[in-house]
Design a binder for this molecule. Structure first.
Ligand code: MN
Length: 129
């Protein structure tokens, strides 16, 4: 089986390091982007199998990146996991409406996130098989 590509989008270096550590042991190809514009460009170029996306990003918000990706057919079903530091009332609804498949508030739950990623990749494989 080919290795699956996971794109991590996070502008905070410590969080990026943590996410990398959590996912390093897995057999994924890890891609990293540090702002919204880079995320969009990299997603289009690399076509990742799953995206973990911080919502608060420089240049373009995670919400905007998600909306733009969902407008293209290639990304109509790519699992997108939203991360956010400021969970405000109505945020979850807004993220899900924009096309995120899951929503996690920070601090990052180090046990939960890898499990969710595994499960979503599996579902994605089954749906596209
Ligand atoms: Mn951020």
């Amino acid at each position: 089986m080919r290795k699956e590509k996971v794109l991590i989008v996070e502008d905070n270096p410590q969080n990026m390091k943590l996410l990398e550590m959590l996912l390093r042991a897995k057999d994924y190809i890890l891609l990293k982007a540090y702002d919204g514009e880079e995320a969009l460009a990299m997603a289009i170029r690399e076509q990742p199998d799953l995206i973990v996306m911080d919502m608060q990003l420089p240049k373009m918000s995670g919400l905007e990146v998600t909306k733009q990706l969902r407008q293209t057919l290639v990304f109509s079903h790519t699992p997108i996991i939203a991360l956010t530091a400021y969970a405000m009332r109505g945020d979850k609804e807004q993220f899900m409406e924009a096309g995120c498949n899951a929503y996690l508030s920070k601090p990052i739950n180090t046990r939960e996130l890898p499990v969710i990623i595994d499960r979503m990749l599996q579902e994605h494989r089954e749906n596209s098989a």
